[in-house]
Ligand binder design. Structure first.
Ligand code: ATP
Ligand code: F6P
Ligand code: MG
Length: 561
């Protein structure tokens, strides 16, 4: 056993070697002092952001560590050091100073910018092999890959030394780490929780899971732990954690769940508990910021292809056929955007971030008419959160919320299908046949595909490594293709949205040739200037799409009209 007084904490390593000062948002830049006192100063009292700076504009947005608030904790050699599987890996343990840049596109004179701590196994761990009692909880909507993450958390902790894992029937799992072996190993411990999600922390009922019983759960959709919305009660949850002697909590869920995880961490820290609170980001909406993408997203996009294909087949088999597909995406249109880009059969993609309108020049009806006259059929993909302001104008808004406080939307797919039918029926000149396909839950209730399975595995293993190393209050996430530990506040401060002035949306507009719908009110002088500039495009460039975004894409992907 190593004592912290004789062996530097992981954070100390970072500050002694690279960091010559720190930045505290409330205190500003501070001069460098000895590594220990510097760390003590930099460690926030109320869990303020823990930010350290280095040379050339280097910033590390670090994650909390037990040593920030618990003095003199012993450390232990990582049991993985005896794992023969990794013995050939030259540098298996991650260097304590390793960090990953948030932005990889840089200018030669630019500052090095924000970095996150690199995930992975550390040489020293803060839990003895038989000390770990972990809980896993899944919250929010379903997402392909949930069972893979659960499986890999269980197996990552268990592996060689098989012991029975007592799992709550619907919710959480507790286990103990056994003596050193190939992996952090696990014993069983009972959990008493009846329902999925956060509610499970203060409820009853258990089931027993073993690594054997989770062996093939990754082949199933859903979550073997169950899930729910609402029911987050920080005090009751932490009471339960404390009462049951849990010291590692793995919380798998979306933006709401990560906010809940952050609240749990703050309370754990306030009570001075040696409990790692670890978030694993989950959402098919891909609305979690900072990370490259959330697990299950690829699978959902892939499954959406089946609905789009069906819509296309239906549409092209009749005269003036229109296929409308509604895809999930509450506030973020990533699934719709990527499914559209992947398919190439889609003529129009409507997302929450890009308001659209129906009537008049540049409107949806005009575009549909044009497209039908050109091609005889078309496919429209609409995200569930798109055009909600239009729907509530014509349908009485219910303005209801789910148990977590998320606004419940009107069915924009049904609404738009009816509007299109009514419009062309009234016009009488272009008789259409419209088929509406709503695959909603089908894209998220399936098992994860191969690449998501690998992604989930790495996420889960990284999460375990961080907890074992004494880190806490972080979300385990992929940044620029590297596994990192991201402080909760960076994950919860905003939602990730499609930026319609970015290249990706421009690529989509380029692919579908749909109008940008940016000209609805005709009151934007800047847009008019863009239009004027676009009208002077050289031959061969499509000048019909006169948006700012299309101006950008025309320069990246010249398209002929
Ligand atoms: N601000 C918050 N503080 C504490 N808990 C929260 C907060 N927001 C949401 N939660 C809790 O997190 C859980 C999941 O939240 P929510 O239903 O919004 O799903 P999510 O995690 O965002 O996932 P998704 O939206 O992808 O389905 C719920 O139990 C909810 O009570
Ligand atoms: O009907 P539920 O399960 O509350 O979830 C619906 C929501 O969950 C999500 O799938 C996110 O998980 C959204 O796309 C969708 O709006
Ligand atoms: Mg959410």
């Amino acid at each position: 056993m190593d004592s912290n007084s004789s062996s530097p904490s992981p954070n100390n390593h970072a500050s002694t070697t690279k960091i010559n000062g720190f930045f505290h948002p409330k205190l500003g830049s501070q001069p460098a002092t000895s590594s220990r006192s510097r760390l003590a100063m930099a460690s926030p009292v109320n869990s303020d952001p823990k930010v350290v700076t280095g040379t050339a504009g280097y910033i590390l947005e670090d994650v909390p560590h037990f040593t920030d608030y618990i003095p003199n904790l012993p450390t232990y050699p990582n049991p993985l050091q005896d794992n023969p599987a990794y013995s050939v890996v030259k540098q298996y343990f991650v260097h304590v100073d390793d960090s990953v840049p948030q932005k990889v596109v840089v200018h030669k004179d630019g500052a090095r910018g924000v970095h996150f701590r690199r995930a992975g196994p550390r040489q020293k761990v803060y839990f003895e092999a038989d000390e770990v009692q972990a809980a896993i909880v899944t919250c929010g909507g379903l997402c392909p890959g949930l069972n893979t993450v659960i499986r890999e958390l269980v197996c990552g902790l268990h592996h060689m030394r098989a012991g029975a894992l007592k799992l709550n029937k619907f919710c959480a799992c507790f286990f103990q780490v056994s003596p050193p072996s190939f992996h952090y190993s696990v014993f069983s411990k009972q959990a008493l929780m009846p329902k999925g999600g956060y509610r499970g922390f203060y409820a009853r009922n258990t089931i027993t899971l073993t690594p054997k019983s989770v062996n093939d759960i990754h082949k199933r959709g859903g979550t073997v732990l169950g899930t729910s919305r609402g029911g987050h009660d920080t005090k009751k949850i932490v009471d339960s954690i404390q009462d049951r002697g849990i010291n590692q909590v793995y919380i798998i869920g979306g933006d709401g769940t990560q906010k809940g995880a952050s609240a749990i961490f703050e309370e754990v820290r306030r009570r001075g508990l040696k409990v790692s609170v670890v978030g694993i980001p989950k959402t098919i909406d891909n609305d979690i910021p900072v990370i490259d993408k959330s697990f299950g997203f690829d699978t959902a996009v892939e499954e959406a292809q089946r609905a789009i294909n069906a819509a296309h087949v239906e549409a092209e088999s009749v005269e003036n056929g229109i296929g409308v597909v509604k895809l999930m995406g509450r506030n973020s249109g990533f699934i719709a955007m990527y499914a559209t880009l992947a398919s190439r059969d889609v003529d129009c993609c409507l997302i929450p971030e890009s308001p659209f309108y129906l009537e008049g020049p540049g409107g949806l009806y005009e575009y549909i008419e044009k497209r039908l006259k050109e091609n005889g059929h078309m496919v429209i993909v609409i995200a569930e959160g798109a055009g909600q302001e239009l729907v509530s104008e014509s349908v009485q808004s219910m303005s209801k919320q789910d148990a977590s406080g998320n606004k419940l939307f009107q069915d924009v797919g049904l609404w738009i299908s009816q509007k299109i039918r009514d419009h062309f029926a009234a016009q009488k000149t272009l008789p259409i046949t419209l088929k509406y396909i709503d695959p909603t839950y089908m894209i998220r209730a399936i098992p994860s595909n191969a690449s998501d399975n690998v992604y989930c595995t790495l996420l889960a293993q990284s999460a375990v490594h961080g907890a074992m190393a004494g880190y806490t209050g972080y979300t385990s996430g992929l940044v620029n293709g590297r596994q990192t530990y991201i402080p909760f506040y960076r994950i919860t401060e905003r939602q990730n949205h499609v930026v319609i002035t970015d290249r990706m949306w421009a690529r989509l507009l380029s692919s579908t040739n749909q109008p940008s719908f940016l000209d609805s009110k005709g009151d934007n002088e800047e847009k008019k200037e863009e239009e004027a500039a676009l009208n002077q495009l050289p031959d061969g460039h499509c000048s019909k799409d006169t948006s700012l975004a299309n101006k950008e894409i025309n320069s990246i992907y010249p398209t002929t009209c």
